[in-house]
Design a protein around this ligand. Structure first.
Ligand SMILES: C[S@@+](CC[C@H](N)C(=O)[O-])C[C@H]1O[C@@H](n2cnc3c(N)ncnc32)[C@H](O)[C@@H]1O
Length: 291
């Protein structure tokens, strides 16, 4: 079973459900909504007006995060060096046959997406883009060593479904590919991911939630080495979030060979959690009155 099932999200934009991963590509609130609030707004793209910018989009999928990035940078006239990593060619290919998806973007952005879909490349005076198809753990090694990124989008399926791209070892590769003032942005606030990033030396920020719900306290995580942030879309981690990093949920996903299967990564972590003396995550939930 490896089908992609089309979904119309609440904001009218299309997404897919992966039968293989048993998970949707986007939250039901909206694919476009999620891209704008969780990835593009916190990126503060105006900083790159008329300037060069290097971006790495991991788990490119249908391409929403980068399509909206291209749309914004086109306006800001930035010079973009872009790499996308994705294991499956079909999401973008299917989306480009959908009228609704095509209507979301300007002709220029559709031209870029079509070129990435057909050739894996796009190049003009300002933009140099390469989409690499394969396992992100391997493809990342094919990015020129000297290239460091201003922005890294990490948008894989959830850690419990696709742990290989959230492992301590994969995140440490990202550490080596980001600029000091660069942003690593992800929708997840999973303690295991945050704790790994923290242990790698990143400063962590909560991406402010756009939905008001007691149980919905985060739109994700922004990690950077630069601690001086003037960014209205993020805030320092709260006491509750800091405590989350001392629970069993914070035990990292480990993939020392970079070749382990999801199942193996999950099994090893589960065993580690069983023997761990860290705070039980349910006690943490109760303390902070979460459902
Ligand atoms: C949540 S979806 C991505 C959503 C995406 N950013 C978008 O706008 O559509 C996760 C994507 O990760 C891809 N993926 C899963 N495992 C991967 C791996 N090991 N390397 C690269 N991509 C992977 C899936 O094929 C899927 O397209």
């Amino acid at each position: 079973m490896n089908n992609l099932i089309k979904i119309i999200t609440k904001d009218g934009s299309i997404s897919f459900r992966s039968e293989k991963f048993n998970e949707n590509f986007h939250s039901k609130a909206g694919a476009y909504y999620e891209t704008k609030n969780k990835f593009i707004n916190p990126s503060r793209l105006k900083r790159f007006q008329n300037k060069p910018i290097n971006v790495l989009d991991i788990c490119f999928g249908i391409g929403y995060n980068s399509a909206l990035l291209f749309e914004n940078l086109k306006i800001e006239l930035s010079t973009l060096n872009w790499y996308g990593l994705e294991i499956d060619k079909r999401p973008l290919n299917y989306a480009l046959t959908d009228k609704n998806f095509n209507h979301l973007w300007s002709p220029k952005v559709i031209e870029i997406l079509n070129s990435l879909n057909l050739k894996g490349l796009y190049k003009n005076k300002n933009f140099d883009c390469k989409l690499m198809i394969g396992d992100a753990r391997k493809e990342i090694l094919n990015i020129p060593k000297e290239l460091n990124f201003d922005l890294i989008f990490l948008d894989g399926f959830s850690p419990q479904k696709c742990p290989e791209i959230w492992s301590y070892e994969f995140l440490s590769q990202l550490k080596n590919k980001i600029k000091y003032e660069g942003y690593l942005i992800t929708y997840t606030s999973a303690a295991a991911v945050r704790k790994s990033l923290k242990n790698l030396g990143f400063n962590l920020f909560n991406i402010l939630p756009t939905l008001s719900n007691k149980n919905y306290w985060s739109d994700g995580t922004l990690a950077t080495f630069d601690n001086h942030q003037n960014n209205p879309y993020i805030k320092q981690l709260s006491d509750m979030e800091i405590e989350h990093l001392n629970t069993k949920a914070s035990i990292p996903y480990r993939d020392p060979t970079g070749e382990m299967l999801s199942k193996e990564i999950l099994e090893i972590r589960k065993k580690e959690q069983q023997f761990s003396k860290l705070l039980n995550t349910n006690s943490w939930r109760k303390k902070w009155k979460m459902a």
